[in-house]
Ligand binder design. Structure first.
Ligand code: SF4
Length: 387
């Protein structure tokens, strides 16, 4: 039975990238609104069965250049289950020569056994949710590791994994610029190949959101957050990292190729609860509830909760916003040839204003964010998505 046509490509190329969502964590951190179930390890077995079934609806294995296992926390799975997960992923998404195979990991899960499993399956990029090296901030963020645990994880991964990436959060309640400087210095001492830095956000539905509305925690001022972000840009670039996307920095040859597929508005497969795919011009998102996802797949029903067929203009607008997140920006002539719309036509008055105010610039036919634009980029995108 094949309830959902996961491969409905027509004039679109066959995806060469795939994402698998693993919805398990030991505990839900106070700031997190990702699709996951915490403390429900009895669902791991049904999840693996459901994932295998969902992927079997692809009918034939689809070779990919990049495969990304994210979550949740994929490494929360016990080693034998992690082994099964990676085997299922590779069965349906065989890795082409020169592949990038990424797994997101929680530092506390990284032990010799799991590292051996990752190595056996050819995982060559691990993104560690370090977030901070300071105990006080880690406890505030409800993370269960320490700086020593991160150091140990990096030491175990280094010999077997080509790229080790660290995720860092800035702008935690009460954090000072000096605290953030300390965090970045600690991260740099580990010489990660890649760093992602995100300002803390307060998402509706999280405990941080309600704690903030009750006055139990305070969000930092925008100015402090911007100073922290600028400090990260200056520090990381002065240490040889290429700032290649709003939140991402890489040593030469260590950009995340899988995420570049998204920013390039290319197509990709996806499976698992809450996973979003883009195949054949159709954007689909699976049920965010893990239980609903499992139930639907068990019944042989489609796991898709939302499906949207993008028209040519919507596709072009999305591609413009995604492309502008990259520091390389958007090459205007190429863009028009690929999407059928000139950047000016889509950007209209907003684009003219952003250029006038120095938030965007054009160099050699490339439209891109300026330093000033980077600091406010999230506030710009809405104007390009509206018709
Ligand atoms: S470990 Fe990561 S995915 Fe899991 S709850 Fe915490 S922030 Fe969310």
């Amino acid at each position: 039975m094949k309830p959902a046509d996961l491969t409905s490509a027509t004039s679109f190329a066959e995806p060469r990238a795939a994402y698998i969502h693993v919805p398990f964590c030991a505990h839900r951190c106070g700031y997190c609104n990702f699709t996951l179930v915490a403390g429900r390890d009895e669902l791991i077995e049904p999840y693996l069965a459901a994932l295998a079934k969902e992927l079997s609806w692809l009918e034939t294995p689809r070779p990919v250049d990049t495969l990304f296992i994210g979550g949740g926390t994929p490494t929360h799975l016990p080693p034998q289950d992690l082994d099964r997960l990676l085997a299922i992923a590779r069965q349906w998404f065989p890795l082409a020569d020169g592949f990038e195979f990424s797994v997101e990991a929680n530092p506390i899960d990284i032990d010799a056994e799991r590292v051996a499993v990752l190595a056996a399956h050819g995982v060559n990029r691990v993104s560690l949710g370090a977030q901070s090296f300071r105990l006080e901030k880690l406890r505030l963020l409800e993370r269960d590791h320490t700086a020593g645990v991160i150091q140990n994880a990096v030491a175990l991964l280094r010999p077997v994994v080509r790229s080790v990436s660290l995720d860092l959060i800035f702008g935690a309640p009460g954090e000072t610029l000096e605290d953030w400087q300390e965090d970045l210095a600690a991260a740099l001492r580990l010489r990660p190949d890649h760093v992602s830095t995100y300002g803390l956000t307060f998402e509706r539905g999280t405990t941080f959101f309600s704690r903030r509305s009750h006055g139990a925690i305070q969000q930092l001022g925008e100015d402090v957050e911007r100073t922290m972000y600028e400090y990260a840009i200056d520090t990381l670039t002065s240490h040889g990292y290429e700032h290649y996307e709003v939140s991402n920095f890489a040593q030469t040859g260590h950009r995340c190729r899988h995420n570049e597929v998204y920013w390039n508005a290319d197509v990709y497969f996806a499976a698992g609860p809450g996973a979003a795919r883009y195949v054949g011009g159709v954007r689909e998102t699976n049920h965010r509830s893990t239980l609903a996802y499992l139930k639907r797949i068990e019944q042989g029903a489609s796991p898709v909760a939302e499906s949207e067929s993008l028209g040519a203009e919507d596709r072009a607008r999305e591609a413009l916003v995604l492309g502008l997140r990259r520091l390389d920006g958007v090459q205007q002539e190429e863009f028009a040839a690929r999407f059928g719309f000139a950047v000016n036509e889509l950007g209209g008055a907003a684009l003219a204003a952003h250029l006038r105010h120095g938030l965007l610039e054009i160099q050699d036919d490339r439209l891109r964010l300026t330093r000033e634009g980077l600091l406010v980029s999230d506030a710009l995108w809405g104007e390009y998505l509206r018709h």
